[in-house]
Write a protein that binds this ligand. Structure first.
Ligand code: SMG
Ligand code: MG
Length: 402
């Protein structure tokens, strides 16, 4: 199978200033309606990580409206505060009571202005990102551009991998690895935890000695496990993702000095500041960028640009998003610094039916098309969304023109 990363042909202008046309709006946007909605999508099979198992996803969709157009975003928080302290419940509260009213309180001219309007509210990056993503989709639709073009994307197809959860038995993991490799996925990532690591890697490598393989521990280890983690060097892994504490940089730097395998950080990189520090002190050699974790595109682009300037590879992480979040991830992953396959699988990997049309599809060469249509580039299936909705709340701007 091919491990080729899709080449980048177009020029990329890297700047994070307000002059950057990626993040300034052509005209000021004054949002007059925000809709927040919780949509339950069953998973085809349970997904298990070092912090537990889920069998459905309560998807948090956000839409914003201005000038008769509607933009869509997704808050990637889960129902329980395990990957992050945020949950769908906290995000609902924070958007309804703070961020939504702040967003509608003034016309905005750029993503930086939007960030400044959210800055007084500490944390809650996933909630902030959901609204920011919806604004960015709206903006792209207003200027009739694709989200990818708007962000400065340079690829028409992106390389993707798949993340395989912890299974009841090794045979089930091997069956899934075979399945996704035969579908073309370019990289397999295994969720690991103490007791489900070295032995599992031995089995997988026995059958697949040459595939691109990585592991993700979701903070399941500490520095006390250093000698054990060194054994992972025997498996020619592309990376070890987030082995240690979710908010740590120093211990990762210490571990990195003793491991041959590159460390990639996920949870620990909550914004540009952490990315800068992590690279400065050697906590990681790669970064998994998730718009939700870092608070939206402004931060995601800044982290991308930093890594691009330093030759540090980045890739797009996933949070088992519905098609709306997935479409945003595809646009982000079309930027030139995303040189490693992302956790962006086909809609059908998780869901019997997705909320967008057409669904996200992975080609036999393990790539996903970057759509050219305006905004997300997919149609939003409102009927299906309504059918699966558990909760809806609409926030209207005071004094908005009817
Ligand atoms: O979206 O395919 C996906 C899931 C990718 O493994 C994945 N995400 O730590 O990177 C990660 C996890 C976070 C979600 S686990 C509930
Ligand atoms: Mg991860």
């Amino acid at each position: 199978m091919s491990h080729a990363i899709v080449a980048c042909h177009m020029q990329y202008a890297s700047t994070t200033s307000d002059e950057n046309t990626r993040i300034i709006f052509k005209e000021k946007i004054h949002v007059d309606k925000v809709e927040i909605r919780l949509v339950r999508l069953p998973l085809k099979e349970p997904f298990e990580t070092s912090f537990g198992k889920i069998d459905s996803r309560l998807i948090f969709l956000v839409s914003v409206e201005a000038d008769g157009l509607r933009g869509w975003g997704e808050v990637v928080a889960a129902e329980e505060p395990r990957y992050s302290y945020e949950t769908v419940g906290t995000a609902f509260h924070v958007i309804r009571d703070f961020l939504g009213p702040a967003l509608m309180s003034q016309p905005l001219a750029s993503l930086s202005e939007l960030a400044r309007c959210f800055a007084p509210f500490r944390g809650h990056n996933m909630a902030k990102a959901g609204l920011e993503l919806a604004c960015m989709d709206l903006l792209a639709r207003m200027t009739n551009q694709s989200l990818s073009a708007r962000l400065g994307g340079t690829r028409s197809r992106i390389a993707v991998g798949v993340s395989l959860g912890i299974q009841p038995r090794p045979a089930q993991l091997l069956e899934r690895a075979d399945r996704y490799l035969s579908l073309g996925y370019q990289r397999i990532k295994l969720k690991i935890k103490p007791g489900w690591d070295v032995d599992i890697l031995e089995e997988v490598r026995q059958f697949h000695p040459d595939i691109l393989l990585s592991v993700d521990a979701n903070s399941a280890y500490t520095l006390d496990d250093k000698e054990h983690l060194k054994r992972l060097d025997d498996f020619n892994l592309l990376m070890i993702e987030q082995p240690l504490e979710h908010d740590d940089l120093l211990d990762h730097a210490q571990l990195a000095r003793e491991l041959a395998t590159p460390i990639c950080l996920d949870e620990s990189i909550t914004g540009l500041r952490q990315a800068n520090k992590a690279l400065e002190i050697g906590s990681c050699r790669m970064i998994n960028i998730k718009v939700g974790r870092v608070g939206g595109y402004l931060q995601a682009l800044a982290i991308h640009d930093l890594c691009y300037s330093k030759g540090v590879p980045v890739w797009c992480g996933g949070m088992l998003e519905s098609g709306i979040g997935r479409a945003h991830n595809i646009a982000l992953a079309s930027l030139p610094g995303f040189t490693l396959p992302g956790d962006i699988s086909a809609s059908s990997r998780y869901f019997a039916r997705d909320v967008i049309v057409p669904e996200v599809d992975v080609a036999p060469d393990g790539t996903v098309n970057v759509p050219c249509g305006s905004g997300l580039g997919f149609d939003v299936d409102l009927d299906y969304i309504k059918h699966c909705s558990e909760t809806v709340e609409v926030l209207n701007r005071k004094n908005a023109k009817p």
